[in-house]
Unconditional design. Structure first.
Length: 215
């Protein structure tokens, strides 16, 4: 008889941890309504970070989208809203992460972007060299982001205006907006973030393809 995942104590424990994290996230999370309307595909939805008493903003629910042109757009729900003195760090980190995303792909993918499907792949770059280049690029990105002033304004969530903190660098915007219970961090192309419809819905189970809402 085939062994089910729950027959393995280690795997069962892993599922229990996921269930516990989902239970802590019970409530509403952010998403883009009708993403295809805006030329977006939902690429990923997942819990990220961990339960950290020193940094409660580390635990998040991510919905990652990609435009038909290959641009990334993320809607993250913070399980616990950031304290006032944390908001700037959250926004700047989100902007830096969005600008750094292409660097991850450059290091991870050894195939030329325009290569034919049957083309011979080139050798991956030496890890040490790539790592140094990545660190240099990240330092430059963080330094650039740190020089840009944040702005206060409003952002529409669930059809209503909400106060937000925003930063835009190289055409990429990062926005922090408080919701009734939590907070959202939205990152994406500047010309798109203010046009999409961001809504909040009860979190759905990530396990076994379930679609019903979790209590």
């Amino acid at each position: 008889m085939d062994e089910s995942p729950t027959d393995d104590p280690q795997r069962s424990g892993a599922w229990d941890q996921v269930d516990a994290r989902l239970a802590r996230f019970s409530g509403d999370v952010g998403e883009i309504a009708d993403p295809l309307t805006w030329g977006l595909d939902l690429e990923e939805e997942a819990l990220t970070g961990q339960d950290d008493t020193k940094d409660p903003t580390s635990e998040r629910f991510l919905r990652a989208y990609r435009t038909f042109a290959g641009e990334a757009m993320d809607v993250e729900t913070l399980r616990v809203g950031a304290a006032v003195d944390q908001v700037e760090d959250v926004v700047r980190a989100a902007a830096s992460g969005a600008l750094a995303a292409p660097l991850h792909a450059d290091i991870a993918a050894p195939v030329e972007a325009d290569a034919a499907p049957d083309a011979v792949t080139r050798p991956a770059p030496d890890f040490a060299d790539a790592y140094q280049d990545y660190r240099s690029a990240m330092r430059a990105i963080v330094a650039e982001v740190d020089q840009v002033p944040l702005s206060e304004g409003t952002f529409i969530v669930d059809g209503a205006l909400a106060a937000c903190t925003r930063l835009t660098v190289r055409g990429v915007s990062a926005i922090y907006v408080a919701t009734a219970e939590r907070a959202l961090v939205i990152t994406g192309p500047e010309d798109l973030v203010d046009r999409v419809d961001v809504v909040t819905q009860p979190i759905r189970s990530l396990l076994h393809g379930e679609t019903e809402d979790r209590a």
